[in-house]
Design a protein around this ligand. Structure first.
Ligand SMILES: Cc1cc2nc3c(=O)[nH]c(=O)nc-3n(C[C@H](O)[C@H](O)[C@H](O)COP(=O)(O)O)c2cc1C
Length: 150
């Protein structure tokens, strides 16, 4: 199985309602393809994490990366042995006021840092992306299990 995390800039959604529509569509599609994960929208940026069988992940990433409604700034993919969010077909954390908002703000900052292509002494010690995956892992551990979607 594989997992993808990315940061993107909104280019086409004009209201929260447009985003809600897209998320409803995504939840339906993802349930069909057994893609699980979550989406977080803040400051006009999306952070989305999704996981599933390689074939399904490839197909979804092909669609998402060429979707003109946003521009992907940074993405990373990794092999996984088990799902982190196995009951969520695409949980929406956009208006969450809970701990996950804080975790996702932190994750978003790390992704922005990576997308800005800066480098520092720290990067030579810690591989850049491993920190991002560690945060994702902590989000999975901190928030599962919540009640399932759908
Ligand atoms: C930020 C963002 C997140 C998306 N997440 C998903 C998703 O989780 N699942 C999904 O099926 N489509 C998602 N989409 C929509 C896809 O980009 C694409 O429109 C959809 O897969 C339909 O593609 P098709 O019209 O070629 O079938 C997302 C789009 C955006 C902009």
């Amino acid at each position: 199985m594989q997992a993808v995390i990315y940061l993107s800039q909104n280019r086409g959604f004009e209201s929260e309602l447009d985003i809600q529509d897209m998320i409803s569509f995504a939840q339906e599609q993802n349930a069909k393809h057994y893609i699980t994960g979550y989406l977080y929208f803040a400051n006009n940026m999306f952070v989305q994490y999704f996981e599933g069988k390689k074939e399904q992940v490839d197909a979804l990433w092909t669609n998402i990366s060429k979707d003109p409604r946003h521009e992907v700034l940074f993405s990373s993919r990794s092999e996984i042995n088990e799902r982190r969010f196995n009951t969520w077909y695409m949980r929406d954390w956009t208006s969450s006021t809970r701990v996950e908002s804080f975790l996702n703000e932190y994750l978003s900052e790390q992704l922005q840092y990576l997308s800005s292509n800066q480098s520092s002494f720290i990067d030579t010690i810690f591989p850049k992306e491993s920190k991002v995956w560690k945060i994702v892992d902590n989000i999975g551990k901190a928030t599962n299990p919540l009640e399932p979607d759908l």
